[in-house]
Design a protein around this ligand. Structure first.
Ligand SMILES: [Zn+2]
Ligand SMILES: [Zn+2]
Length: 103
């Protein structure tokens, strides 16, 4: 598994997010099927992103989560998105892009 499972990290993320977030992240991860939900490439490194940031009242529900690629060897969609946060990035009620024109 690519994510850090050290006890300290787990305790920290438990305090910040808790089981609701982890459950919904698992749903988002299955939904993405290894594909970044922004660039739509298959990337091995994906992270759950809050579409509406927590700082702007976004929830942990899976409809507010999407998997974005992050780090070396990807398009860094999550890094780009995080860097642009703070300026009203996206409206809460944007529809999910569920049309599957590729398949
Ligand atoms: Zn991406
Ligand atoms: Zn990509």
């Amino acid at each position: 598994m690519p994510w850090d499972n050290s006890p300290a990290k787990r305790a920290a993320s438990e305090a910040t997010y808790g089981p609701e977030y982890r459950t919904n992240r698992a749903i988002a991860r299955r939904r993405a099927r290894g594909r970044c939900e922004q660039c739509h490439h298959l990337h091995s490194r994906l992270e759950a992103d809050h579409i509406v940031p927590r700082s702007q009242g976004g929830t942990h529900h899976h409809t507010n989560l999407r998997m974005l690629c992050k780090g070396e060897g990807t398009c860094k969609c999550h890094d780009t998105k995080t860097a642009g946060e703070g300026g009203g990035y996206r409206k809460p009620n944007d529809p999910e892009p569920v049309t599957r024109t590729e398949w």
